[in-house]
Design a protein around this ligand. Structure first.
Ligand SMILES: [Mg+2]
Length: 338
């Protein structure tokens, strides 16, 4: 099955980020083959990611066999290494890698979860990520919640968590996401104040570059630390896992190097006894790995503006289940692929 074309576009949809200057500028990647099959994936990097796919990666892949994926992944990594390794180039590569896995599933007429040794029948609990407050109508619709707090003021964080607890009740798991806005003293102060609120994890309190700060958190913070959505490839995750700098690893499969890397990160983390909760895990791109590899799966709600990815399984009673269709089981809107 030879690769005939590699295409990429950043589809516009209501509420989606307008350009590439945010990690959430998602791109659609399509890999066409001479067998008549097209694989689809989603990567990041917006217009900059599209440029990397259309130039460097396309030139590299045209005319090559779509297998083996790990060889193609290494060739793409090597070709982008001088300007890649982390960030936009790996986000672009991620979309191509996912498209190749989609092709593998379609060629074998099996869902990706089966290629990874799992079953599409497995129901996965879903947590909902909310910004600053949790709408009362969402309570009971998800198995857990995460509060994305947009402040570094300790009292404001504690107040937001108290309000969220009042909405979801005392027993529903609740996590907090600081999106890299805090430092060690703020995080320790928040953790101390939240001792009675059963917070499951504090996510990305520090910059992903502050490994010394995360080592201090590992030793001193009573609340588990989560992170990894801004880390790339298994090489980037290795120090986090080996140093146990995060208790919960959160790779984003559309950014960290695709499914090829997510599988390696899962295996390394599980061998170290650490939990993996992929960023946006309820979107089809990561959900197959959760269903196949995760002993304790918990999927994060997907981003609502990815409306051009059709076939996303619905969340029912706080649970999500794969469709069982070949590949990722996603139906991309052909008219918007550009
Ligand atoms: Mg986060």
């Amino acid at each position: 099955m030879k690769i005939r074309d590699v295409r990429a576009v950043q589809p516009a949809s209501p509420g989606s980020p307008p350009d590439w200057r945010t990690s959430l500028g998602q791109i659609l990647v399509a890999v066409d083959t001479d067998a008549g099959l097209t694989g689809y994936g989603v990567g990041g990097g917006g217009a900059a990611g599209v440029h990397v796919v259309r130039t460097v990666l396309r030139d590299l892949l045209l005319g090559r066999d779509a297998e083996p994926i790990d060889h193609l992944w290494q060739a793409m990594y090597d070709a982008t290494l001088p300007f890649g390794r982390k960030g936009v180039a790996i986000m672009a590569l991620s979309g191509v890698d996912l498209a190749l896995w989609d092709l593998r599933g379609k060629a074998e007429r099996r869902p990706v979860v089966e290629l990874l040794g799992g079953s599409a029948d497995r129901a996965i609990p879903v947590y909902h990520t909310a910004w600053d407050t949790i709408a009362p109508e969402l309570a009971g619709q998800f198995r857990a919640f995460k509060l994305h707090v947009g402040t570094d003021r300790v009292e404001a964080v504690v107040r937001a968590v108290e309000q969220a607890r009042a909405v979801i009740g005392p027993d529903c798991p609740l996590m907090v996401d600081a999106w890299m806005r805090w430092d060690v003293p703020i995080t320790l102060a928040v953790a101390a104040c939240l001792a009675g609120h059963r917070v499951g994890w504090i996510e990305e309190p520090l910059s992903p570059d502050d490994l010394a700060g995360y080592a201090e958190m590992r030793d001193r913070c009573p609340v588990p630390i989560a992170g990894g959505e801004h880390e790339f490839t298994v090489l980037g995750f290795k120090p986090l896992i080996e140093g146990r700098l995060h208790q919960v690893l959160q790779p984003d499969v559309c950014w960290c190097g695709g499914l090829t890397e997510l599988v390696k990160i899962y295996r390394l983390a599980l061998a170290a006894g650490l939990r993996v909760c992929p960023h946006r895990g309820a979107e089809v791109w990561a959900l197959h790995a959760l269903a196949a590899l995760d002993p304790e799966p918990l999927a994060e709600s997907g981003r609502p503006w990815l409306t051009w990815v059709r076939g996303q399984p619905p969340v029912r009673d706080g649970m999500i289940r794969l469709s069982g269709e070949p590949g990722f089981g996603s139906g991309i809107m052909e008219t918007e692929r550009g």
